[in-house]
Design a protein around this ligand. Structure first.
Ligand code: SF4
Ligand code: SF4
Ligand code: SF4
Length: 751
C-alpha cells in the first residue's frame, strides 16, 4: 500500500523478480521525477525499488538519464542501467543508437511522439513499441508553462499502461507523491497510449523474471579478485538516519492527555474498535468530549496551516458512537487499594476510572442523585444528550465502582475519609458562584445561570418569557442564553464586558447562539439592577479595553458612560471558583495535594478544585493525574500523568505539505437554526462518516508510507516487518530519506 497515510489499495499480484527501466529526457522535462513515479507505483505494489538520476549541473535541454530498478527482493546493485528491460524516451529528438543501446528484445520502448508506433517501425521490430503524444496531453492539462510543457507526470501514465500496471496503483502513487492534480493527464495518457507488439517472429514479450547481465565492474583495488556487486559506501557518512516517534501537537494540546494521533491513525488503518481501545487508555468520556470539548487539539493541529484542522472532536465522537470507549474489564491487581473519590463530575469519573481499571476498589461519592456533575446539571441536553452521558457513566461504574450518591459530604465526613480509605481524591468542582457587587441582586427575576441550568437540566419544564439578559461571555453564558430561548424567552441578549475576540466561550457555540437569534452586546459591565419587586432593567457601564491582563486578554476599563437595558429576567454567568470551605480544619492544598498542619495526607485534589481550568477536558486530565499520584503512593510503577511540553511538538514547518493533497475538513450535521432554537433536540448529529481520519498527517508518527524507501537514492531502505531497515553499510548519510519524510518520523543522528 502506498499513500501519505496508509491506504486501503489492494495489491494486485505483479509477477516479477527484477526489472530495470531507463528514461531519457532533457533537463527541465522532469525525467527523474518520472522515474520516481514509476518506482512509487511498484513500491505501492509491495516491491523493492531504487531510483536515481544521472545528471549534475546540466542546463535546461541537455540530455538527462534516470533509472528505476524494481525487484521482489532487496536491491543491492547500485550501477547505472546498461541493459534496460524497458526504455522511456521523453523527447523523440533523442532517439539514437546510444539512447536505445542495450534495450532487450521483447522489452518495451515508449516514445513521447504524436506519431503512431507504425511510423517508428523498422528499427524496433524485436521490441514492443508504444507511443503517446504526452506533450499535447500535458499542454491541454496546462502542466508547465505555455512555452515549456512538462511531460513527466503525463507520460508516466502511458508507461504504467505499457507495463500493465493497474490504474488504481498509479493514482495511489500520485496521491502519495502529492501529484494528484496532474493525475487526470496521466489517466488520459494511460487511456490513449498506442502499443504495438514485437513484429519479429519468435520474439516473445520479455520475461519479467529474466535478470539483466551486468557489465563487469572493475575492482577498486588490485587484490579484489572478483567484481564487487556493491560498493560499501557507508563509511562516507557523518550522520545516520533513524526512525523516531515525535510528539504530535494534537496529543500535546489535549488537556485529557489523549493519544490523539494514535486514535486517529488507529481509526484510519484498523477501524473503530482499535481506535476506541486507544481512547479508552486515557478517558472513559469520549462521547462527552466529542460533543462539548472546546478542542484545543484542533487549535494545535498542523493541518490548520494547509487547509483546516482535522476535525478531531468529530472523529472522537464518531468512534464513541461506533464502539464503547471505557475498558471493559479491570486489570488483575495483586494488592488492590481502597480509594475514595468525592465528586461524580468529569474529574471524579476520570479518577475513578483510572483506579478501577487498574483493579483498585473505588468508592465514588456524589451529592446529586445521579453521577455526572456539571455534565448533567450544567450542560444542556441539546449539546449532550443524556443517553450518551448515561452510557459512559455506566461504563465507569460497571468496572466495579461503588457509588454513594444523593448526599453531599460535609467537612466532618471528608475528614474521616483518610482513615477509612488508603487514598482520597477530592473532585468537587467549582461550587462558588460569582455574584454582582451592585444594587438589585435580590430582585425577583435575577438568578444565577448555574441554578437556572440546574433547574432546566434536572427538573425540565422551566418556563421563561419576555426579554432575558445573560451577563457573561463564557460557555455557561452561552448555555444559559440558548437554554433561555428554548425555555420560552421571546428575546435573549448576552452582555459581555470585553469584545468578541476575548470571549472565553467556544467560538462555535457563540456562532450557533447568534444563528438562533441570541443578541450579543460587547464592552458593557453590569452595575446593578432596577425594578420594583421584579427586575425591569440592567444598569450597564460602557467599557474600554486596556492592555492585556494576567489572563492574556485585554483588560476592561469601566467608563462613566452608563445605559439601561430593559428586561424581564437576568441570568448571571459571571464565573465560578472552587469552594475550599469543604476542606476540614488544618487541611491545606499545595500543588494538588492536601497537607494537614504541614504533613502530607494521602489526599489529592482533582479538576477545578485543584486547577480551576474550567473545562470538562481539563477536569478529565486532572482527575487522571490525581488518581495516578494517589496510586503511586503504593505502586511506583504507575506512571503519573503529566501534560507534555508543547514546545516539543512537531511544528507545521516540519510537515512536507507537498506530499498531501488539499481537502476541506468534514463538519458535523447541524439542525437548521430555526428548527433547533425552540427545541432541546441535539443540535449536532456529528460526522456522517469516519473518513476525516484520513486527513491526518500523522505528525511525528511513521505510517509505513514508503516515501523514505522510494526516495533513497541508494535503494538501501527496505521493509522489515511493520517498519524499515536501512543497510548502513551502504548509507552515505545524504539524509534524503529524512528530508523527504512527510511527517518528521525520521531524523539524522550524529555518529
Ligand atoms: S478531549 Fe478535546 S482536546 Fe482531547 S482529543 Fe478530544 S476534542 Fe481534542
Ligand atoms: S495532522 Fe493529525 S497528527 Fe498532525 S496535529 Fe493534526 S490531527 Fe494531529
Ligand atoms: S519514516 Fe519513511 S515510511 Fe515512515 S512516514 Fe516517514 S517517509 Fe514514510
Amino acid at each position: 500500500m502506498l499513500s501519505s497515510a496508509n491506504s486501503t489499495l489492494a495489491k494486485p499480484s505483479v509477477p516479477l523478480r527484477s526489472l530495470e527501466i531507463r528514461l531519457h529526457g532533457r533537463g527541465g522535462q522532469g525525467g527523474v521525477t518520472c522515474a520516481k513515479i514509476i518506482a512509487a507505483v511498484y513500491a505501492g505494489l509491495g516491491k523493492s525499488v531504487q531510483t536515481f538520476g544521472d545528471y549534475s549541473g546540466e542546463r535546461s535541454g541537455a540530455p538527462v538519464r534516470a533509472y528505476t530498478r524494481v525487484s521482489d527482493s532487496p536491491i543491492e546493485n547500485r550501477n547505472k542501467i546498461y541493459l534496460p528491460d524497458h526504455l522511456l524516451v521523453l523527447d523523440p529528438t533523442l532517439l539514437s543508437d546510444e539512447v536505445l543501446a542495450g534495450l532487450a528484445p521483447g522489452g518495451t520502448l515508449l516514445v513521447n511522439t504524436p506519431e503512431p508506433p507504425e511510423k517508428l517501425a523498422g528499427r524496433f521490430e524485436a521490441q514492443r513499441l508504444a507511443t503517446v503524444d504526452a506533450t499535447a496531453i500535458a499542454r491541454r492539462h496546462k502542466i508547465g508553462a505555455r512555452s515549456v510543457v512538462i511531460v513527466n507526470t503525463t507520460i508516466a501514465g502511458a508507461f504504467a499502461r505499457a507495463l500493465d500496471l493497474p490504474l488504481a496503483a498509479l493514482e495511489e502513487a500520485y496521491r502519495h507523491l502529492g501529484l494528484l492534480s496532474n493525475f487526470p493527464a496521466a489517466r488520459e495518457a494511460y487511456e490513449k497510449v498506442s502499443i504495438r507488439p514485437p513484429l519479429k517472429e519468435g520474439v516473445a514479450a520479455k520475461a519479467p523474471t529474466s535478470l539483466p547481465v551486468l557489465p563487469t565492474v572493475m575492482p577498486l583495488v588490485d587484490h579484489v579478485e572478483s567484481p564487487p556487486t556493491a560498493l560499501r559506501t557507508g563509511n562516507w557518512r557523518t550522520e545516520t538516519p533513524a526512525y523516531v516517534e515525535n510528539l504530535a501537537p494534537c496529543s500535546v494540546f489535549c488537556p485529557a492527555g489523549n493519544d490523539v494521533v494514535g486514535f486517529i491513525q488507529a481509526l484510519a488503518t484498523k477501524g473503530e474498535a482499535a481506535a476506541a481501545e486507544v481512547l479508552g487508555r486515557t478517558t472513559p468520556l469520549a462521547a462527552v468530549c466529542g460533543r462539548v470539548c472546546p478542542a484545543p487539539c484542533m487549535e494545535g493541529c498542523n493541518r490548520a496551516e494547509l487547509d483546516g484542522s482535522v476535525n478531531i472532536r468529530g472523529i472522537e465522537r464518531w468512534i464513541s458512537g461506533k464502539h464503547p470507549i471505557a475498558a471493559r474489564e479491570p486489570k488483575a491487581c495483586a494488592q488492590p487499594k481502597r480509594l475514595a473519590v468525592v465528586g461524580g463530575g468529569p474529574a471524579g469519573l476520570s479518577a475513578a476510572y483510572t483506579a478501577a481499571k487498574l483493579g483498585h476498589r473505588v468508592t465514588l461519592f456524589e451529592g446529586e442523585r445521579a453521577l455526572g456533575g456539571v455534565l448533567r446539571t450544567g450542560i444542556p441536553v441539546y449539546r449532550l444528550p443524556r443517553a450518551a452521558l448515561d452510557q459512559e457513566v455506566g461504563d465507569v461504574v460497571r468496572l466495579g465502582v461503588e457509588v454513594k450518591s444523593g448526599q453531599f459530604l460535609d467537612r466532618a465526613r471528608v475528614a474521616q475519609l483518610p482513615r477509612e480509605y488508603e487514598a482520597v481524591v477530592l473532585a468537587t468542582g467549582l461550587q462558588k458562584l460569582r455574584g454582582l457587587d451592585g444594587p438589585g441582586q435580590a430582585l425577583a427575576g435575577v438568578e444565577q445561570g448555574i441554578h437556572f441550568l440546574h433547574r432546566v437540566n434536572l427538573d425540565g419544564q422551566v418556563k421563561l418569557s419576555g426579554h432575558v439578559v445573560v451577563l457573561g461571555g463564557g460557555n455557561t453564558a452561552m448555555d444559559c442564553a440558548r437554554s433561555a430561548l428554548r425555555a420560552g424567552a421571546s428575546k435573549v441578549t448576552v452582555a459581555y464586558r470585553r469584545g468578541r475576540a476575548e470571549m472565553p466561550a467556544i467560538p462555535e457555540e457563540v456562532v450557533q447562539a447568534e444563528e438562533e437569534g441570541v443578541e450579543l452586546v460587547f464592552l458593557v459591565a453590569p452595575l446593578g439592577f432596577s425594578g420594583s419587586g421584579r427586575v425591569e432593567s440592567v444598569e450597564l457601564a460602557e467599557v474600554e479595553l486596556g492592555p492585556p491582563d494576567d489572563s492574556g486578554r485585554r483588560a476592561p476599563r469601566v467608563s462613566d458612560r452608563k445605559r439601561s437595558l430593559r428586561c424581564d429576567g437576568v441570568l448571571l454567568a459571571l464565573g465560578q471558583s472552587a469552594d475550599l470551605s469543604l476542606l476540614p480544619e488544618g487541611w491545606k492544598l499545595q500543588d494538588g495535594r492536601v497537607l494537614e498542619n504541614g504533613r502530607p495526607l494521602p489526599v489529592f485534589a482533582a479538576g477545578d478544585l485543584s486547577t480551576g481550568d474550567g473545562t470538562v477536558t481539563h477536569a478529565i486530565g486532572d482527575g487522571r493525574r490525581a488518581a495516578t499520584r494517589a496510586l503511586r503512593l503504593f505502586d511506583e510503577s504507575v506512571a503519573e500523568f503529566v501534560r507534555p511540553d508543547r514546545a516539543k511538538a512537531v511544528p507545521a514547518t516540519d510537515i512536507r505539505f507537498d506530499h498531501f493533497a488539499k481537502s476541506a475538513p468534514a463538519h458535523g450535521r447541524h439542525l437548521p437554526a430555526a428548527a433547533r432554537a425552540r427545541s432541546f433536540d441535539e443540535v449536532d448529529a456529528g460526522l456522517s462518516e469516519g473518513l476525516e481520519a484520513h486527513r491526518c498527517f500523522s505528525c511525528g508518527h511513521c505510517t509505513s508510507c514508503d516515501t523514505c524507501l522510494v526516495y533513497c537514492p541508494e535503494g538501501i531502505v527496505r521493509r522489515a516487518g511493520a517498519g524499515y531497515d536501512i543497510d548502513y553499510s551502504m548509507c552515505k548519510g545524504c539524509g534524503i530519506c529524512v528530508t523527504e519524510c512527510p511527517r518528521e518520523a525520521m531524523e539524522m543522528r550524529a555518529l
